[in-house]
Ligand binder design. Structure first.
Ligand SMILES: Nc1ncnc2c1ncn2[C@@H]1O[C@H](COP(=O)(O)OP(=O)(O)OP(=O)(O)O)[C@@H](O)[C@H]1O
Length: 125
């Protein structure tokens, strides 16, 4: 079982859960995003958003947490392979952070589409 296809997949899932837990425990950027994610979920229940809005909200949360996690991983690799200052490392880290920014802007736009009509119904009726 240990080295079977299924056993390897289960072990891989265990490593992934361990990695997600490490991110939540040690990465301040992920912790901030996780708190924001919980806050928007509370807002979702409060405003009783539709099923479609929940789908977009969950996708936005997943997108931001995933890119933020990958960004942390790229930063970790960069610091490991080249701990000293190097313009290429700066470029790699900036580009990875830029990817997170794209995801965050997407999430903010989705949040505006979902919540502005609930917050300012007069403007959207
Ligand atoms: N080794 C390096 N060489 C060149 N520039 C770097 C290097 N390390 C960091 N930088 C520059 O500083 C920016 C911030 O780097 P980094 O994300 O590692 O620091 P930080 O914001 O303190 O991160 P964290 O708090 O998540 O460790 C990078 O986007 C990059 O522009």
């Amino acid at each position: 079982m240990k080295d079977s296809y299924l056993g390897k997949r289960i072990r891989g899932g265990g490593y992934a859960i361990k990695g997600a837990w490490i991110l939540l425990k040690t990465e301040p950027s992920i912790q901030v995003q996780a708190v924001i994610s919980i806050a928007v979920c509370i807002a979702g229940f409060y405003f009783d958003i539709t099923k479609t809005e929940w789908i977009f909200q969950v996708l936005a949360i997943g997108l931001v947490l995933s890119t933020e996690g990958l960004n942390s991983s790229i930063e970790g690799i960069a610091d490991f392979v080249h701990p000293d200052f190097h313009s290429k490392i700066g470029y790699i880290k900036d580009v990875a952070a830029g990817a997170v920014l794209f995801a965050a802007i997407t999430a903010v736009i989705i949040a505006c589409f979902i919540y502005l009509p609930y917050l300012f119904p007069a403007f959207f009726s």
